[in-house]
Design a binder for this molecule. Structure first.
Ligand code: PRP
Length: 214
């Protein structure tokens, strides 16, 4: 039998990566090297199972997977929609549950209801554009931000925001609320299209093992 090649995982840094590693441990896939918080290493190997893992910025995960630099990725559905990469979404992992919403001060509700020309601040311009232009048929001015989007309505940059809401505490603490819900979100497993064919047996077994734990 020919030497097995490595299967490479790209994991979105942070909470999703930790949850993914917990889930993989439950099915007997561990990576001791990765638990060393002091390490500056970027890529970790499990020689026995011929697996490699690396951590990347969430929005870069679908990029690595599309180009085949990673066979498999774990990332939020928000990032999958926003990045529009050619990857196969194979599994809803059920954690990282949250919602993409239009949020703002209660006073902005009328502006939304009357389809006014409003300003929308967001880290997700593609999702915001699709929602307002294609679903609501409302012309809006979309302003791209890179984080702390809740500041938008507070400092007068925008009327509303399109952002992720998990517990809702960031909104509450800043006098904002959910005005409209766009879609539910959670962590998903994505696979490179070629890998899915070339390594179909290993990847299908992995998907089945994870499913049995969900
Ligand atoms: C996300 C999101 C909200 C917050 C929602 O921000 O953009 O700000 O979490 O969570 P909550 O409903 O539980 O309060 P993140 O922490 O990813 O940082 P960011 O502001 O840099 O986007």
């Amino acid at each position: 039998m020919s030497e097995q090649r490595y299967l490479t995982f790209a994991l979105g840094k942070g909470r999703l990566a930790n949850k993914t590693l917990e889930l993989l441990e439950q099915i007997g896939i561990t990576c001791e090297e990765m638990k060393d918080k002091e390490s500056r290493k970027l890529i970790f190997v499990n020689e026995e199972l011929k697996l490699k893992f690396f951590l990347a910025k969430g929005p870069d995960v679908p990029t690595y997977v599309e180009y085949g630099a990673a066979d498999i990725g774990v990332v939020g559905k928000d990032t999958i929609i926003e990045e529009q990469r050619r990857v196969l979404e194979v599994l809803d992992l059920g954690f990282g549950k949250c919602r993409m919403c239009v949020c703002g001060p209660e006073s902005a509700r009328d502006l939304l209801n009357h389809h006014e020309m409003i300003r929308v601040a967001t880290k997700y311009p593609i999702i915001a554009k699709d929602y307002f232009y294609n679903k609501k048929h409302q012309t809006v001015d979309i302003i791209k931000l890179n984080g702390s989007v809740e500041l938008g309505p507070i400092v007068g940059l925008s009327d509303v925001i399109v952002d992720i809401v998990e517990t809702g505490s960031t909104l509450r603490e800043n006098g904002l609320g959910v005005l409209e819900e766009i879609c539910p979100l959670s962590a998903r497993m994505i696979v490179n299209q070629v890998s899915m064919q070339m390594e179909s047996e290993r990847i299908k077994n992995l998907i089945a093992a994870i499913k049995s734990q969900l």
